[in-house]
Design a protein around this ligand. Structure first.
Ligand code: AHR
Length: 495
């Protein structure tokens, strides 16, 4: 099988916002407790943060992490999680049916984020609560004055404001499973009024409006139209969420990123239709703040109100790493409008990083395509011409056999080409033509490959890890590379 990619220096999609490589920590399962926070762990620091986990988070180079949910936030009283730990109440947690001990809260998360070299994307509760609590939390986190909540933060030991720039106006308010789910009209009004108060409390913050919790939810489209009509002038982004699963048809599964792209195009169109209707000069950008694969672990919720339970601990296989790579390329190729995205989630719960309580932290298969994408996907995304055969699925007439994204790191004068060969039985010869770059040389080719799409990693064994492929040296304007059947690849060139 053959493919051709033409990369012309003059044709670009846009600059990548580093926040495209964000992630997500929710109070769910073992994401916080025995995930990032385990005071008795041998690697824990004085704050109880696992250093082995922080090291892996740093390898992923995650610039922003969404917190504290997710579904959890729609029933959360943030005041329960601040102040002296011995005074914090335990609560019945109604999103995941566990007991929340509140031993970890807003201040701990902001401290953890600093130590992990990342920023906070904070979500407010627009389920059981509303505008008043939202503005109080902004005051608690961001205000440096002599007011009730700023003073409360200082008394809790945090003299300087946490200075959180990005805020989510609730979570998945379109979903009937949400604590205090709302209609689009109801949510649009609450979001607008909360947005006004939050920006009055701190005019420097950016706000994310809840879009649809999935492309296939029956309110999709109508929801975006209605909530944007209410809140357009007061928000900066609208959210998208998606999770895919494999029901045994690998070709269909690997094509799902094409559907993710369709979702993005749909939301862009609705944003721009509202813009036109309002004669607005402002463009709403997209925050894909939950995306991943989610289908392995049948245990979705806790049992018997346990404090810590293993739920949604999907163990990802090699096929999952391929689709995750394709999804990340899809986000990169839409970087002109998708400014932020959060891999959901970061630790233990549908996550690239896993931990054993008291034991090791280890990397799932999906860790690697994300790590390379995040570290080498910064710069300008090129608008390439890709010629290759495609196949048909139940949801798309044309899924190209090759998925690619090409990033130009102008500072280093390097091109980073990401590519997945979706063909399950044939290798692919790819001709790469470079225009207006002068001659360039391939310096590195990293591949993820296994004969077995079901291969997984574990605390004991790493079956899926990066492989170095030998490269043909030499400066040229046309190169040829081989992509093995069902493989993920990153090819670096110097120009
Ligand atoms: O990431 C897990 C859950 O998926 C989140 O809590 C929710 O927002 C989504 O439905």
């Amino acid at each position: 099988m053959k493919a051709e990619i033409i990369i012309n220096k003059n044709y670009t999609v846009g600059k990548v916002d580093p926040r495209l490589y964000g992630s997500f920590i929710e109070h769910i399962g073992r994401a916080v407790y025995t995930g990032i926070y385990e005071p008795d762990h041998p690697t824990a620091d004085k704050d109880g943060f696992r250093q082995d986990v922080i090291e892996l988070v740093k390898k992923l180079n995650v610039p922003i992490v969404r917190y504290p949910g997710g579904n959890f936030v729609s029933g959360y009283n943030w005041e329960d999680g601040v102040g002296p730990k011995e005074k914090r109440p335990k609560r019945q947690e109604l999103a995941w049916f566990t007991t929340e001990t509140n031993q970890f809260g807003t201040d701990e998360f902001c401290t953890w984020a600093k130590k992990a070299d990342t920023d906070v994307m904070m979500a407010v509760n627009l389920g059981t609560r509303g505008a008043d609590d939202a503005r109080n939390l902004v005051e608690y986190c961001n205000f440096d004055g002599d007011t009730k909540y700023a003073k409360m933060r200082k008394e809790n030991g945090y003299d300087k404001p946490h200075d959180i720039k990005v805020w989510c106006l609730g979570n998945e308010m379109d979903g009937p499973w949400q604590i205090c789910h709302k209609t689009a009209e109801e949510y649009g009004r609450v979001a607008l009024e909360s947005a006004k108060l939050m920006k009055w409390a701190d005019s420097t913050i950016e706000l994310v409006l809840c879009g649809s919790s999935g492309y296939n939810i029956n309110t999709f489209g109508e929801w975006e139209w209605t909530v944007l009509n209410h809140a357009y002038n007061n928000v900066d982004y609208i959210s998208l969420h998606t999770y895919y699963g494999n029901d045994g048809n690998d070709a269909e599964f690997l094509g799902r990123s094409v559907q993710m792209n369709e979702f993005i195009q749909g939301v862009k169109s609705i944003c721009d239709a509202v813009k036109a209707k309002k004669h607005s000069k402002k463009t709403i950008n997209l925050s894909f703040d939950e995306w991943n694969l989610w289908y392995h672990d049948p245990q979705r919720r806790g049992k018997d109100w346990k404090e810590i339970c293993r739920v949604n601990e999907d163990i990802y296989n090699f096929g999952d790493a391929l689709l995750l790579g394709c999804m990340l390329m899809t986000l990169q190729n839409n970087c002109d409008r998708v400014k932020m995205a959060c891999l959901a989630q970061l630790v233990n719960v549908i996550a690239p990083i896993m931990t054993e309580p008291g034991g090791k932290a280890w990397c799932q298969t999906i860790f690697y395509p994300f790590m390379y994408g995040s570290n080498f996907g910064r710069g300008t995304v090129m608008n390439t011409i890709t010629k290759c055969d495609s196949y048909k699925t139940s949801f798309a007439n044309e899924v190209p056999y090759i998925e690619t994204s090409v990033i130009n790191d102008e500072e280093k004068r390097e091109l980073h080409i990401f590519a997945v060969n979706r063909n399950l039985s044939e290798d692919m010869e790819v001709e790469l033509t470079f225009e207006n770059f002068g001659e360039c040389e391939i310096t590195e080719h990293i591949m993820l490959y296994s004969d077995d799409l079901l291969a997984t990693n574990s605390a004991e064994e790493e079956r899926i890890a990066p492989i170095n492929v030998e490269v043909c040296k030499g400066k040229k304007t046309v190169h040829s590379v081989k992509l093995k059947k069902h493989s993920w690849n990153m090819i670096k060139l110097k120009y």
